[in-house]
Design a protein around this ligand. Structure first.
Ligand code: IMP
Ligand code: MG
Length: 193
């Protein structure tokens, strides 16, 4: 099978190839939703805690794929480091106040260094969540990511810089409806703007 072509507009922005197309994302999100619904079909309340900003697209689709009692909260995490790698994560907002005694699904769009998932999971546990499971759409095939505990993973992907479906470079590309690989030239050209 041939990889789908990059739509003209996005190709012009420097997106080199489609890594995961819209249909594949949608099918996998529905499966993840069914897995969660099966776990919580007994009526226990689930709180989805999504990491801003990248996880907003994923969590919007995921929550609609879970036909059980679901609440949603957001947490903000700042990563420090060069623009395509993270050197450390710190909370940039208060933790949601509604997690005490609740079953929490920590939702992020990508597991890379693992800093974000480890940090937020620890804080949710310390703040009295009854249980915490991490759910990411993408996991990069690199040691730090694979060594980070994560209960639900949508797709394992190569260790390349990806954009789309919430993932950004310099806050752009989040609205691209598929996951694609941004070329080196585009990364360099946008690094100074
Ligand atoms: P961590 O390194 O696992 O803590 O991931 C931190 C954050 O880095 C993720 O939530 C994303 O916002 C961002 N990130 C990591 N890899 C990529 C990528 O390939 N494209 C866009 N953002 C990424
Ligand atoms: Mg993020």
């Amino acid at each position: 099978m041939h990889a789908p072509l990059v739509p003209r507009y996005w190709a012009d922005q420097g997106v080199e190839r489609v890594l995961i197309d819209e249909g594949s994302i949608n099918r996998r999100v529905q499966e993840l939703g069914r897995e969660l619904a099966a776990q919580f079909h007994d009526g226990r309340e689930v709180v989805l805690v999504a990491v801003l900003t990248g996880a907003v697209v994923f969590v919007a689709d995921l929550m609609r794929a879970i036909p059980t009692r679901v609440k949603i909260s957001m947490v903000s995490v700042a990563s420090y480091g060069a623009s395509t790698t993270s050197q450390g994560a710190v909370l940039a907002s208060a933790l949601p106040s509604n997690i005490q005694g609740k079953h929490v699904i920590l939702v992020d769009e990508i597991l890379d260094s693992g800093g974000t998932i480890r940090l937020v999971r620890d804080r949710l546990n310390a703040n009295g969540a009854a249980s915490v499971q991490a759910c990411v759409l993408l996991r990069k095939q690199r040691p730090q990511a694979l060594e980070t505990p994560c209960e639900l993973v949508g797709f394992d992907i190569p260790d390349v810089f990806v954009v789309g479906y919430g993932l950004d470079f310099n806050d752009e590309f989040r609205n691209m409806p598929f996951v694609g690989v941004l070329g080196e030239a585009a990364i360099r050209a946008r690094s100074n703007s």
